[in-house]
Design a protein around this ligand. Structure first.
Ligand code: SF4
Length: 491
């Protein structure tokens, strides 16, 4: 899970990249980085929150009208400054790159790049694989005489990435003396949005970002999403080139709508906020079908991602909606905090039950999803401690049974409570009187019901085990889980 941004402008970009990273902070809180260039690259990277890494002194070094930025939560690699993005190589031209996603064949590609391509990888992050495949092809073309349009050369290099690299990747890179390049994998699993504005000299500035939240603040207008399999190149003098090289079934991540993205985002022509409202509507219908004679006294979201679904569900059922669990806004989201101990501690620190809203009531807690079950268990305990009569837990997402290998920290099967427990066993484990999960079909319907989108079917591999890149079978899942566990042991 990461946030990525790139800007090519008629004026210096560093401060706008910084602002963009603040707006993308929810997508990764462990590290961040910015690289700009004029004659050469200028980089500042660090571990921690964006506001703690950058200051006036280091920002003043980030000169240039082209730049890229990244916020990181590692799904591969280490929690270190060395593994923060952007990463770069000096050959050919000087290329810096950042991405959001995760590769399925990272380890095979590291060996191949080292043994066959003769390229040395210096970090353990998967974007470096993409960087070297891309750079290697550009270098090969250059050594062969490099005739013709530079955009054609870029297209060949991206096509080589599509051929050799499997997984999810939304990539932003810049090439010294050339400009900005972005591309999105042919399934379009991770989001990538595009905005533009008119510069004072009449030319156009462009911004690309995982989510468009910052566009309005910076004066950009959302144009559209980068299409699956599309590559865009904007040269230093502002010429815009675009080509769709390859398309497969368009399967954007459904979890972006459930949990990950901000509600103000519109991704791939679907409003995240509206999708969450529809999730609540579908949950209300499911509740009425399953429990026609039972209604809670109050509906409380597990804040804040499930607020929209809980509100819609309360409206449909005609039940009072209450924010009876107050969230401390200065504590980060527990799902993306490393380490079990930190997570357990932070749930109680971040949520405070409001007694008046809970005492002697049948309380329905609506959560966006249940990953390990620890948060749900603790919330049920809190609500019971504050004397709820009964506690019903409703999840806007179906049971999460499989790990994600496409860029979201949904871990190994042994850590996923729904991977090895029935719904009834989970209900007992979290000590709820009722546990109701959204159906997968209803969730997909909620995401795809409206919008002029081209979505074939969202990726839901963590919910149904259908990994759309096609090369993730039982053996591969075990291998990737093993690699994940080894990596964690080294952290
Ligand atoms: Fe998203 Fe789940 Fe697919 Fe990962 S496996 S990309 S979290 S839907």
């Amino acid at each position: 899970m990461c946030g990525v941004v790139g800007i090519i402008s008629q004026k210096p970009v560093a401060s706008e990249l910084y602002d963009s990273l603040i707006y993308l902070q929810h997508r990764g809180q462990d590290a961040a980085g910015i690289t700009t260039y004029n004659q050469r690259f200028h980089t500042k990277k660090g571990v921690g929150y964006v506001r703690d890494i950058f200051d006036e002194r280091n920002m003043s070094r980030l000169i240039g009208n082209v730049g890229i930025g990244h916020t990181r939560y590692p799904t591969t690699g280490k929690y270190s400054k060395e593994d923060a993005q952007p990463v770069w190589t000096g050959v050919p031209y000087g290329i810096a790159m950042a991405h959001n996603g995760n590769l399925v064949n990272q380890y095979e590609m590291v060996d191949e790049l080292s043994e066959k391509d003769g390229r040395h990888l210096n970090t353990s992050v998967d974007v470096e694989v993409i960087l070297h495949v891309f750079a290697g092809k550009l270098e090969e073309i250059r050594n062969d005489g490099a005739n013709g349009e530079f955009f054609d050369q870029i297209c060949q290099a991206v096509q080589e990435v599509f051929r050799r690299v499997s997984g999810a990747y939304s990539v932003i890179c810049m090439i010294v003396g050339k400009g900005l390049v972005v591309f999105r994998d042919p399934h379009g699993i991770r989001p990538l949005t595009k905005g533009s504005r008119k510069a004072d000299n009449g030319k156009k500035d462009y911004i690309f970002a995982s989510e468009p939240a910052v566009f309005y603040a910076l004066g950009y207008e959302m144009e559209n999403d980068v299409a699956p399999g599309e590559v865009i190149y904007i040269s230093e003098n502002g010429n815009y080139h675009s080509r769709t090289l390859e398309t497969k079934n368009f399967t954007p991540c459904i979890f972006e709508y459930v949990y990950f993205s901000r509600p103000d985002a519109t991704l791939d022509d679907v409003s995240v906020y509206r999708a969450r409202l529809r999730m609540g509507q579908n949950l209300a219908k499911l509740w009425q079908a399953e429990y026609p004679d039972l209604l809670p006294d109050i509906i409380i979201p597990a804040p804040a991602t499930s607020n929209n679904a809980a509100l819609a569900m309360a409206n449909m059922l005609g039940i009072k909606y209450s924010e009876g669990l107050y969230k401390n806004p200065f504590i980060g989201r527990t799902f993306i905090m490393p380490g079990q101990q930190t997570r357990k501690k932070s749930i109680r620190y971040k949520l405070v039950p409001i007694s008046y809203e809970i005492k002697d009531k049948k309380v329905m807690i609506v959560d966006d999803s249940i990953v390990r079950g620890n948060t749900s268990k603790e919330i049920v305990k809190m609500v019971r401690d504050f004397c709820a009569k009964e506690v019903y837990v409703v999840s806007a997402c179906p049971p999460i049974t499989h790990p994600c290998f496409y860029g979201v920290d949904i871990p190994t099967r042994s850590e996923l409570i729904a991977s090895n427990k029935t719904v009834e066993a989970i209900r007992k484990h979290i000590n709820a009187d009722i546990l109701l999960y959204q159906n997968l079909d209803d969730l997909i319907e909620a995401v795809t019901r409206k919008g002029e989108h081209d979505i074939y079917r969202p990726c839901a591999a963590c919910l149904d085990g259908n990994y759309i890149t096609g090369n993730v079978d039982g053996h591969k899942i075990s291998e990737l889980e093993h690699q994940r566990n080894n990596q964690r042991a080294r952290i």
